[in-house]
Design a protein around this ligand. Structure first.
Ligand code: 13P
Ligand code: SF4
Length: 364
């Protein structure tokens, strides 16, 4: 079904656009900063972890990382903390300090089950907010609260209220890449794993889908439900083009191309498979291609390469500058100083929880 309209802030008289991050709120309860020396003991203690990443991290870099890895893993125990890391985190975070890894949907589901006192979210701000919304009694920390997202920054709660005024009675689906303010105003959330299923679950002929215009287009191509979209875009995925992918295919017709649905339609048209980051990883595990172009953020290919060293990854990849704000030194600082803590207005949090839980509890 073609999309029936794409709206943006310029279609409404507009006020403050708000930011994607918030400052930390809690007083630091600091522990001493651990020693960060490369010693034979650290080398021995972290050897099994280096084994996991040796295909993608050169030996000369490991002595700089290992003392942080060791200190973070010890501090997690001391703080009774777990690290939730998105698939776009760098290999040393994803493989050596994370307790739970996944796409946005998997991380949201796992956040509801966390029993530890502290969640350190290695991802972007909306992911940390989602963990707090779903498990509000926990202390949720993000190692750098400036880790935003161009999609989350493209829309405010007020924009959603104005869309509802323009299209009375039409339900609103929000991609989880949105702030808590936006989640509080919508009927249900979705991720790239379940967007089509969520849209169809509403049992209506038209929905408003915010904020990713390209994910909206992808959903519209998969369903009969009419989609009214917002003009947001992911600054990482919108840079890929169908023409560059065609060049890779022309150079090697056997190459497999797999793309994230935040990519523009000409990119999706060139892809052999489209899916969320977790679906893309599973596709590579299952199909074990000889050469694959993973059309998404760069670190994901590194993480899958670490697991499957015999698959060749052809890389037109783009870095997400927000995801890359999370580093080992900042994770250590987060655990030492208990910062930066996610805080959300309780009324907004309760309203946002309804739309996130409605998605989580959807029966597939
Ligand atoms: P996934 O839910 O597919 O992991 O996507 C999150 C994201 O931010 C992609 O850019
Ligand atoms: Fe946001 Fe795009 Fe970065 Fe994902 S890759 S966090 S959608 S800016």
């Amino acid at each position: 079904m073609p999309m029936v309209g794409v709206f943006g802030p310029e279609d409404f008289s507009h006020r403050d656009r708000g930011g994607a991050t918030r400052p930390a709120s809690r007083e630091a309860r600091a522990l001493p900063t651990p020693e960060l020396e490369w010693t034979p003991e650290i080398e021995r203690e972290t050897a099994h972890l280096y084994d996991r990443v040796k295909a993608v991290i050169p030996p000369v870099e490991w002595p700089l990382m290992a003392p942080y890895v060791s200190a973070i893993n010890k501090l997690k125990k001391e703080r009774n903390a777990v690290i939730l890391a998105h698939n776009y985190q760098t290999p040393e975070i994803f493989n050596c300090v994370a307790d739970i890894v996944g796409d946005s949907l998997q991380l949201a589901r796992e956040a509801t089950k966390v029993d530890a006192d502290v969640i350190v979210q290695c991802g972007v701000h909306f992911m940390a907010e989602t963990s707090k919304i779903l498990n509000p009694k926990k202390t949720v920390l993000i190692p750098d609260s400036r880790a935003g997202c161009s999609l989350a920054a493209s829309i405010t709660g007020e924009d959603v209220r104005l869309l509802r005024e323009r299209f009375p009675g039409v339900p609103v689906v929000a991609y989880v890449n949105t702030s808590a303010d936006v989640k509080a105003e919508v009927d249900i959330c979705c991720t790239s794993s379940n967007a089509v299923e969520v849209v169809e679950s509403l049992g209506v002929d038209t929905v408003i889908f915010v904020p990713d215009q390209y994910l909206a287009k992808y959903v519209a191509s998969q369903t009969k439900v009419r989609i009214i979209a917002w003009k947001g875009a992911c600054e990482v995925h919108e840079r890929f083009t169908g023409a560059e992918l065609k060049m890779y295919r022309d150079a090697d017709p056997s190459v497999q191309i797999i793309a994230h649905p935040e990519c523009p339609p000409d990119v999706i048209a060139e892809a052999d498979f489209t899916g969320s980051t977790a679906h893309m990883i599973n596709w590579v595990r299952k199909n074990h291609p000889k050469r694959v172009v993973m059309v998404t953020e760069c670190s994901m290919a590194d993480n899958v390469q670490a697991e499957l060293p015999d698959v060749e990854f052809v890389r037109p990849c783009n870095l997400c500058p927000h995801m890359k704000r999370i580093t080992l030194p900042k994770i250590l600082d987060s655990l030492v100083n208990m910062r930066e803590e996610i805080t959300i207005d309780p009324m907004i949090m309760d309203k946002a929880r309804r739309s996130v839980e409605r998605m989580i509890h959807l029966k597939s």
